[in-house]
Design a protein around this ligand. Structure first.
Ligand SMILES: Nc1ncnc2c1ncn2[C@@H]1O[C@H](COP(=O)(O)OP(=O)(O)OP(=O)(O)O)[C@@H](O)[C@H]1O
Ligand SMILES: [Mg+2]
Length: 365
């Protein structure tokens, strides 16, 4: 499949925004839903540089969608502050809305309209093209752009069928076409690949990488597919509305996991191997294969020192998923301790100023 032109931000910089402002700046952001007893987002802070690929990770219910909804101005924060391209998401909400594109976690298409009609309404809503009552009467530029985006994601003639006849994957593709139409400067994707087949996921990622490279679009992603976060510039892990880890994937892995060397010998040689490993200061538990906390340069040195014939040699590099599982495991254990100590997460009362003065949890747009 050939890739079409990359849609990028349509003008160089938003008028009036500080030239060097980060794409996203979040400071002590808090959200408490009405009638909730704890904060869904509980004082999180982070920054995302222009053009960066940022991934927000966290278990179900951690507060990811809530954070994205606030940053895209569809939900009011209870406390804290957030800026998109230097603009305040509350005070300058309509300016922010022009800068951001979003793919919602929950499908947000009108089932009774065709795919193209959904896209057309979005285009008109964003002021991209004047309204016309049919596809044929829409400007040629619109038709070209939709055809290119649709072709890219493998959406064919189905785009003219009612959305209610689409499969889950098709709906996702249509939402992606729609979100790229107004060439957002910051693109928020809330689990965009959930339900997509492997080739489509790959096509989408290749395309988003190009969008970033060629147009400097900042990408903010949430996902439960950890391998999609391996290429991120920065990862932030939240749990129970709080930041529990942040850094590049390499930093998170280095802090929490280590490479391992796995060796084994024939049954008759295992005792000799175990003794040799002990001589190298490596405790080998169990009956083999033996997993050793050895990586990097030391791997070769250890292997050279072993004279017992080996039947298995394998190295294992940690993945971001390994590190992530440790982070959320640790965070869950901390949560239990806190609970046992009688300190529920209500402790964030200091953040909840204004909770009662926020009239609506719902959409402001
Ligand atoms: N409209 C709402 N009203 C009340 N509580 C809500 C509402 N939406 C979300 N919550 C609660 O806020 C918390 C955070 O939810 P959120 O949807 O942000 O999590 P998430 O990290 O996106 O989870 P997932 O990975 O399952 O999508 C959860 O405890 C959830 O039950
Ligand atoms: Mg969510």
């Amino acid at each position: 499949m050939t890739l079409g032109p990359v849609p990028g931000p349509s003008d160089p910089a938003p008028a009036g925004a500080p030239p060097s402002a980060p794409a996203i700046s979040v400071q002590g952001l808090v959200k408490r839903y009405r009638k909730a007893t704890r904060n869904a987002v509980d004082g999180i802070s982070f920054e995302v540089g222009t053009g960066a690929f940022f991934v927000l990770l966290g278990p179900n219910g951690a507060g990811k969608t809530t954070t994205i909804s606030i940053l895209t101005t569809t939900l009011s924060p209870t406390g804290g502050r957030a800026l998109i391209g230097g603009r305040d998401i509350v005070a300058e909400a309509s300016a922010v809305r022009r800068e951001v594109g979003i793919i919602f976690q929950k499908p947000s298409l009108d089932q009774n309209l065709t795919g193209e009609e959904n896209v057309r309404f979005h285009a008109v809503l964003y002021g991209l093209y004047p309204w016309a009552p049919s596809w044929r009467l829409m400007p040629a530029a619109y038709r070209t752009q939709v055809e290119e985006l649709a072709g890219l994601l493998g959406v064919g003639e189905e785009i003219f069928a009612p959305v209610r006849t689409y499969s889950g994957g098709m709906r996702r593709k249509l939402e992606i076409v729609r979100s790229l139409l107004h060439r957002p400067r910051v693109l928020f994707l809330d689990e965009p690949t959930a339900g997509l087949d492997a080739p489509t996921r790959r096509t989408l990622w290749d395309y988003l990488a190009r969008v970033r490279r060629e147009s400097g679009t900042t990408v903010f992603l949430t996902t439960h597919y950890l391998e999609e976060a391996e290429g991120a510039d920065h990862v932030c892990v939240i749990d129970h509305g709080r930041v529990v880890a942040a850094g590049s994937p390499a930093q998170l892995k280095a802090e929490l996991t280590h490479e391992t060397l796995i060796v084994d010998a024939a049954a008759a040689d295992r005792a000799a191997l175990r003794a040799e490993l002990a001589g190298l200061g490596l405790a080998a538990d169990g009956d083999g294969p033996f997993t050793l906390p050895v990586g990097g340069d030391r791997t070769h040195a250890v292997l050279r020192s072993i004279s017992t014939p080996l039947t298995l040699v394998r190295t294992s590099a940690p993945t971001l998923e390994d590190a992530y599982l440790q982070i959320v495991g640790r965070s869950a254990a901390d949560g239990e301790e806190e609970g046992a100590g009688g300190e529920a997460s209500e402790g964030a009362a200091g953040h909840s100023d204004g909770a009662s003065s926020t009239p609506e949890d719902s959409v402001r747009a």
